[in-house]
Design a protein around this ligand. Sequence first.
Ligand code: NDP
Length: 292
Amino acid sequence: QAPVQIIDGKAAAARVLAEVSAEVQAMKARGVAPALAVILVGQDPASQVYVRNKVLRAEECGIRSLEFRRPAETDEAELLDLIHNLNADPDVHGILVQLPLPDHIDEARVLQAVSPLKDVDGFHAENVGGLSQGREVLTPCTPAGCLRLLQDSCGDLAGKHAVVIGRSNIVGKPMAALLLKAHCSVTVVHSRSANLKDLCRQADIVVAAVGRPRLVDADWLKPGAVVIDVGINRIDEGGRSRLVGDVDFDSAIARAAAITPVPGGVGPMTIAFLMKNTLAAARLQHSDLPAT
Ligand code: NDP
């Protein structure tokens, strides 16, 4: 078997960000400065890191970023007001509500309040429905980033059998929709699936989005499978805290043709696609601009 290809998500993300930066400059030259509003409610430490990274990355691409930090006690009506104001602001093109929200706020209602044209996370029902119909809509960043990694690594995906492990609205389901759109045969498995490992062994492509450290090892893989590991799990090992994926990397590299590492695989692509979506949202709102 040929040596395994370690898919470099950082390098792939840098290419996406370079494309975005060039297009942002071109848009600015036409008088539109793409802007992303990021809303963070409460003090969740992981969310603070994610928001900081998103804002930094936006600035690096020349996208204006606006941060709205609100205390954990903020009530839903106040948050909805803020979103309505941002929806109405012609200088704001993308709106991102960092999840999770505090328990007293109805997450679904908040996500549904974001204008579908500014919904850079692709979570609004209008965009979810559009994706499932195969339309060009704002699409969740993580699965969009995974698809790009797969296309870079495999070329045409038509006819390949993809197994997606996980059926969340954020990763598993939109991933399955994107793979279907790319003409794969798609199997989605989850915690109630029977014969999980056998199904996985039939896959040309495995996307693991489970949240279980090292669940998938070489025994789950067909020789030559391409493996995308979405999982980010913090574990204690030898008295040290480290991040591992849903795939047992050291075991899987003996069977896989290509695999993403954790960290340095899917993570950087998620933020890169957020920037791409902000640019796409700005285009949706300025469809009168001539194409670049
Ligand atoms: P969720 O917890 O929302 O979904 C997990 C899915 O995995 C569910 O569908 C669940 O099944 C399924 N599942 C759980 N245990 C098993 C099991 N033992 N066997 C088979 N299926 C199982 O997680 P997310 O989709 O939000 O995230 C998944 C992982 O990806 C997490 O580690 C998360 O941190 C990471 N992530 C990484 C991102 C990145 O940028 N790299 C972005 C987003 C997430 P059921 O539906 O039956 O409960």
